[in-house]
Design a protein around this ligand. Structure first.
Ligand code: CP
Length: 302
């Protein structure tokens, strides 16, 4: 994986993804080490973030590295009209690895093609969020003891949800049965459903989630994303489509866990948080270990 950018989840083979998960287990045991001493990581966030940016930065800090970058492009020369190309070529002079979130689909791929240092895609528009997928895989494996032969329900914005797109593609390696729950307007794109079919796996589509709760191992909730709608009225109409309450998960399987990439709006009531089946805050913590594993692998340090 040395010097290999991660733009889409399938840039890394199943074996490479599993290697990152194995290494993440080691970092979970010992997250504070000096492996990144003398390394500088650039953190370029053109779009808001809490977990991805801060877990990357926490991961670097705990490994003794340094972070340069920005959390808002309006404070940079982008504001003066500087192109993404020139920004990347400049920042590559100051860093060994660039982590970038950008609202434009395909921007991370473009950056990886022109950058002299590796690029990690921290989310490009509604396209992909591969590091979220790695931490989702880690969380699923940790809670289920396996990634194989699971039933996963994905609920919410399956059309624009980049975490969904990357996770479906990754889970196609593990004989998953997909239960896709969304409003009609926010169904999973055909291109991603095609990927499921090409792997000879099955998916079932629903508009309500009640039916899937007793049969799935993982309930992967997502928010309806206001920022992806061009018509605010359409967002208002479907923004409250799903609202998970504690009583709804009482009769689920013993191994059932609720995951969510976060942030949530109101699709999971806070009364679910105390349930032993709620796993979304632990999931966010796992992001530190997985991102540590990814960065040291790309930098050829492990
Ligand atoms: N899961 C995730 O991408 O969260 P942030 O937008 O807060 O980074």
């Amino acid at each position: 994986m040395k010097n290999k950018s991660l733009v889409s989840i399938n840039d890394y083979s199943k074996e490479e993804q599993l290697r990152i998960l194995e290494l993440a287990e080691e970092f979970e045991q010992q997250p504070t080490q000096n492996i990144l001493q003398n390394h500088v990581i650039a953190s370029l966030f053109f779009e808001p973030s809490t977990r991805t940016r801060l877990s990357f930065e926490s991961a670097v800090n705990r490994l003794g590295g340094k972070v340069v970058g920005f959390s808002e492009a309006s404070n940079t020369s982008v504001k003066k009209g500087e192109s993404l190309r020139d920004t990347i070529l400049t920042v590559a002079n100051y860093s060994d690895l660039i982590v970038m979130r950008n609202p434009v689909e395909g921007s991370a791929r473009f950056a990886s093609e022109i950058s002299p240092v590796p690029i990690i895609n921290a989310g490009d528009g509604a396209n992909q969020h591969p590091t979220q997928t790695l931490l989702d895989l880690y969380s699923i494996k940790k809670t289920q003891g396996t990634l194989d032969n699971l039933h996963i329900a994905m609920v919410g914005d399956l059309k624009y949800g980049r975490t969904i797109h990357s996770l479906v593609i990754a889970m196609c390696n593990f004989n998953t049965t997909f239960h896709l729950v969304s409003p009609v307007e926010l169904k999973l794109p055909s291109s991603v459903k095609m990927h499921i079919k090409e792997n000879n796996l099955s998916y079932h589509q629903y508009t309500e989630m009640d039916e899937v709760l007793p049969i799935v191992d993982i309930l992967y909730m997502t928010r309806i994303q206001r920022e992806r709608f061009s018509d605010p009225l359409e967002y208002e109409r479907i923004k409250n489509a799903y609202n998970l309450h504690k009583n709804m998960i009482e009769d689920t399987k013993e191994n059932f866990r609720v995951l969510h990439p976060l942030p949530r709006v109101n699709e999971i009531n806070i009364n679910v948080d105390k349930s032993p089946k709620a796993y979304y805050f632990e999931q966010a913590l796992n992001g530190v270990f997985v991102r540590q594993a990814l960065m040291v692998s790309i930098l050829g340090l492990r």
